[in-house]
Design a binder for this molecule. Sequence first.
Ligand SMILES: [Zn+2]
Length: 208
Amino acid sequence: MATSNTLATAQPTPDEALQRLVDGNRAFVADQPSQSDISRERRLALAEGQQPFATLVGCSDSRVGPEQLFGAGLGELFIVRTAGNNVDAAGMGSVEYSVSVLKVPLIVVLGHEKCGAVAAAADVVTKDVRFPGSIGRMIEPIIPAVLAAQRNVGEEKLVDVAVEENVRRMVERLQTFSEPMLIEPQERGELKVVGAVYELATGRVRWL
Ligand SMILES: [Zn+2]
């Protein structure tokens, strides 16, 4: 059956968008075949324009491909990925574009277990390790999350707790310390920002 042109339909509510991701991840965890639409019809419809239902701020890690772990198809997720799931000016501009122009109702900040960027930031804090090139600057925004985690847990749990803290801080930034174009839709109930952590072995997305 040909896929209807979603451009003609309204965006889902933030909760409906979140439920789609919850359901998609549940199917992924259960090893069910993906329902993601990557058909020719879908491609042709999307050539006219996009209307993704969620914006995802995630890590570049090859094990955490958002479309795969949420069973999403073409044109469904607007994605910003950097090692350590923080956003710079380009990333923030991308998020703002998705909300102000594409009217995306949901932003998900997705961290994951054993994140190398967070582990690197932990090494900076605990072992005074230095990283060459732009890597050092890239992990700098993660250091406050590591310091906060360090106040609560020992070294063996530091990276896990810092991953979660890093997500919470990014969520808080998007909820509170961002441009009116992100704040106002949240006040009107048209946009939600949520955080989550992906578990590598189980495939489960744990919502914070
Ligand atoms: Zn990572």
